[in-house]
Structure formats: structure tokens, C-alpha cells
Design a protein around this ligand. Structure first.
Ligand code: SDX
Length: 436
């Protein structure tokens, strides 16, 4: 970042001296006002719950222009990456800053493949869960448990440890997600196969059984690979900020990623894809397209507490570019499976059309986000609703790791420790129990 020729001057109506604050600019996007010395100079904190106007770090990984609906990974538009690259190339780009050439891609993919197995002891963690445990509860446990097996790579300040941990986490997430699915289904775990692609291997571990040969459908394989690309990273969203804050204490990368998994589970964040599909099912049960008007009325009624899941975004005030690509992937997969008339997809498209013409949504700039169509695609592929967010976590792991490594590699980084505006009781003395 570089010092802008602009400066910010903070002045106070109570006669306190003005404070000059430097302004920095990045390569694109909003400038930032550097407030690091504000408390020392004024004895005051800034106040920004939800971080609506706060830049927590500088980063060179992902850039979003919310007004234009633009998403860039290391400068490349998501539309080009999703159609011209695969997930392994995207992982290489996010981790190392450049798309790989053919040889680098082969080496990187091979390295990931060679780390897809998990320690056999991992299966005993699963046995402790009820068979109907939510996959995200299982994943939060399993990812944290990985740190128990890799004492050789938990020093986050060691670049080699960071590198091997990144590869291990990217490689093992599909294996763990498939194990969570098989555990829920009561089926035996399927080991990774080194001759399959990253997405193909996940499909195989999910849907193969020891009883017969499972042949990966190339259309589904490509669709899933694209879903991984679309979910790979997204600036300083809630789960990425959680990973950065957790990692800033110097904890090991597995624990930091487990914190990201836990945060992503929430319905306002990664859990929205599961909530969006459940919402579509509910509307379908109540009467389908004819009931959309009634549902929209409930959404607009603040007392209902009902939101249009898969719509709205803190940053995008235009169409989420990932939602457009996800809708196209929907059409490809449903077409391949002969489900062009899938009622939920038709319902989703009708709901989107009505919402985008309704003043409530238009005035609040609420558009479909990445979660609105992703559930329909995953359901068509055969992935159960409860596993959608685990698949999101699988794909986002590379982004979390890239952001964590960028933070640790930044000489300016410190442990994150926000302050507060205290509104509680002032100092008072404890009364003896008899007198209370
Ligand atoms: C992801 O941050 C990321 O980058 C996240 C993510 C990623 O890749 O990491 O993109 C992934 O989490 C996508 C978002 C998935 N969540 C959902 O689809 C859940 C539904 N969406 C909302 O909960 C909401 O839109 C948020 C949480 C996504 C964003 O909320 P904000 O930015 O805090 O905005 P807000 O809640 O203040 O909403 C502004 C207004 C409010 O109305 P008013 O108070 O002005 O009258 O819009 C309304 C909200 O009530 N609103 C909605 C709505 N989203 C916002 N009303 C109905 N349905 C919605 N979905």
C-alpha cells in the first residue's frame, strides 16, 4: 500500500486538538484512513460493530467491487477462472499468486493427491458422534483433530510448516467431508484414488461403494470443480476474518481452519445454501410458484423474522457474479441429468424474477448471492442438504489458508485484540451474601 497525497483531519467540537490521520491507497478500491495511532493521540477508540467501514488488513489475494458485481482472485475475473481453469490451478493461484504452467500444475496436483489420505485413527473420532450428527459438527471436530496428527507442521511461523499444512488441508478436506457423509449414511468409507481428479476423487469417495464400480460423470465432475472455484475465497468475510484472528495468536493452522469451519456454519454465512434450499422446499410444500407472493409478504414483514435466504450481501450491491455462474452450472447439471424441469430450479428462477422486480429488494440492493443456486446444483448431483456447507468449507479451505499465510507472512501483523465501548456498571463493592 502507498501513502495517498490526501490526509484526514479529525477535529472535535470540544476544543480538543485536531488529529491528522494518514490515508493509504491500494491498487484498486477504497482508500483507507490509518487510525492505528488514534487511541494514543486521542484516548478514544473508533466504533464499528460488524466492521461495516473497517479494513482489518491489507491483502493482495481477492478483490470485490460490490457495486459492479466484480470478483477477482489475484486480479483474474472469476468468470474467466471458472470457465478457463480448474480448481487445482485456482488453488495454486490463491496460494502462490500466479496461475501455474503445465509442469507446475502437474507437480502441484500430484503433491495434493499424495496427501489425500487421513490417518486411520481419524475414523475413531467419527464413532463418537451420533449417526445423525450434522456434518458441520463433525467437520468442526475432525479439522481441529488433524492438529493431533501433524506435530511436524504446526509452527505457523515456519514457512515450510505453512506450506505442508496448506497442502494437507486442501488435500484432506474432501476425504473428511466424504467420511462425514458416509458416517451419516452408515456406509463404509471409500479411500481416495490417486488416478482421479480432485473433484472426481470427491465424487468417488462420496458415492462409490465396495459393491460395484463407480464411474465419475465428467459433466458432474466439471460442475463440482467449478463450484469449488466459485467458493474458494472472498476477501475478509466472517469465516476468513475468524481464521485470521484465530491464527494471529500463533495457533496451528489446523486449529485456525477449524475455527473458520465453525463460523461458516452460520445461516447468515455459509449455512445459507442449506437454508436457501430448505426455504425453497417450504415454498414448494405450501404450493410452489403460486405461493411466492405470500412468502415475499412474510419476508417484507419485519416481525416475521423471515429472510429470503441466498439473497443479499454485505459487499455486493449488484448481482453476485458467482450466482450467475452457479445458475449456468445448474442448467448444465440439470440438463445432463434430464432434470430440466426440476420444480425447485423453476421455483428459484421464478422467486428471483419476482424479487428483482419488487421495490423492497430493489431499494435495498438485494440480489441473489453464491448460496441461492448452489444448493440446487448440489442436490441434483446427489449431495444431501446437510452437507452443502461442508462442501463450501472444503472449497473455502484454500482461501482461508492463503489469507492466513499472507497474514503470518506480513511483518506488520500482531495478535488481533479489538477494544470496546463499555456500557456496564461502574466500579462497586461486593456485599456479603447476608446483605444482598
Ligand atoms: C455468504 O461476506 C461474504 O463474502 C460472505 C460470502 C462468502 O463467499 O464468504 O459471500 C458467503 O455468506 C453469502 C451470504 C449468505 N447469506 C444469506 O444468503 C442469508 C440471507 N442474507 C442476509 O442475512 C444478509 O443479506 C446478509 C447477512 C448476507 C448481509 O447482511 P447485512 O450486510 O448486514 O445487511 P443487513 O442485514 O443490514 O440488511 C440491509 C437491509 C435490512 O433491511 P432494513 O433494516 O434496511 O429495513 O436489507 C434487509 C435487512 O432486513 N435484508 C434482507 C435480506 N438481506 C438483507 N431482507 C430479506 N431477505 C434477505 N436475504
Amino acid at each position: 500500500m502507498k501513502l495517498a497525497d490526501n490526509k484526514a483531519t479529525l477535529s472535535f467540537s470540544n476544543g480538543s486538538p485536531d488529529v491528522e490521520l494518514p490515508v493509504y491507497q491500494g491498487t484498486v478500491g477504497p482508500d483507507v484512513i490509518d487510525i492505528r495511532k488514534l487511541y494514543a493521540q486521542t484516548g478514544m477508540f473508533t466504533y464499528d460493530p460488524g466492521f461495516m467501514s473497517t479494513g482489518s488488513c491489507q491483502s493482495a489475494i481477492t478483490y470485490i467491487d460490490g457495486d459492479k458485481g466484480e470478483l477477482l482472485y489475484r486480479g483474474y475475473p472469476i468468470e474467466q477462472l471458472a470457465t478457463q481453469c480448474d480448481f487445482m490451478e485456482t488453488c495454486h493461484l490463491l496460494l502462490y499468486g500466479e496461475l501455474p504452467n503445465a509442469e507446475d500444475k502437474r507437480k502441484f496436483s500430484r503433491t495434493v493427491t499424495m496427501h489425500t489420505m487421513v490417518n486411520e485413527q481419524m475414523q475413531f473420532f467419527l464413532r463418537g458422534f451420533r449417526r445423525d450428527a450434522h456434518p458441520m459438527a463433525i467437520m468442526t471436530g475432525l479439522v481441529g483433530a488433524l492438529s493431533a496428527f501433524y506435530h511436524d507442521s504446526t509452527d505457523i511461523n515456519n514457512p515450510e510448516h505453512r506450506e505442508i499444512s496448506a497442502i494437507r488441508l486442501i488435500a484432506k478436506m474432501p476425504t473428511l467431508v466424504a467420511m462425514a457423509y458416509k458416517y451419516n449414511a452408515g456406509q463404509p468409507y471409500i479411500y481416495p484414488k490417486n488416478d482421479l481428479s480432485y473433484a472426481g476423487n470427491f465424487l468417488h469417495m462420496m458415492f462409490a461403494t465396495p459393491c460395484e464400480e463407480y464411474v465419475v460423470n465428467p459433466v458432474l465432475e466439471r460442475a463440482l470443480d467449478r463450484i469449488f472455484i466459485l467458493h474458494a475465497d472472498h476477501e475478509q468475510n466472517a469465516s476468513t476474518s475468524t481464521v485470521r484472528l484465530c491464527g494471529s495468536s500463533g495457533t496451528n493452522p489446523f486449529a485456525a481452519i477449524a475455527a473458520g469451519v465453525a463460523c461458516l456454519w452460520g445461516p447468515a454465512h455459509g449455512g445459507a445454501n442449506e437454508a436457501a434450499l430448505n426455504m425453497l422446499h417450504d415454498i414448494q410444500r405450501q404450493g410452489g410458484v403460486d405461493k411466492i407472493g405470500d412468502f415475499i409478504k412474510q419476508v417484507k414483514d419485519k416481525n416475521s423474522g423471515i429472510k429470503l435466504m441466498g439473497f443479499g450481501h454485505r459487499v455486493y450491491k449488484n448481482y453476485d457474479p458467482r450466482a450467475k455462474l452457479m445458475q449456468e452450472t445448474c442448467k448444465e447439471v440439470l440438463g445432463e441429468l434430464g432434470l430440466q424441469n426440476d420444480p425447485l430450479f423453476k421455483l428459484a428462477m421464478a422467486l428471483e424474477k419476482i424479487a428483482l422486480e419488487d421495490e423492497y429488494f430493489v431499494s435495498r440492493k438485494l440480489y441473489p448471492n453464491v448460496d441461492f443456486y448452489s444448493g440446487i446444483v448440489q442436490r441434483a448431483i446427489g449431495i444431501p442438504v446437510g452437507l452443502f456447507t461442508a462442501v463450501f468449507a472444503l472449497a473455502r479451505t484454500v482461501g482461508w489458508i492463503a489469507q492466513l499465510n499472507e497474514m503470518i507472512g506480513d511483518p506488520e501483523y500482531k495478535i488481533g485484540r479489538p477494544r470496546q465501548l463499555y456500557t456496564g456498571a461502574i466500579r462497586r463493592d461486593v456485599l456479603d451474601l447476608a446483605k444482598r
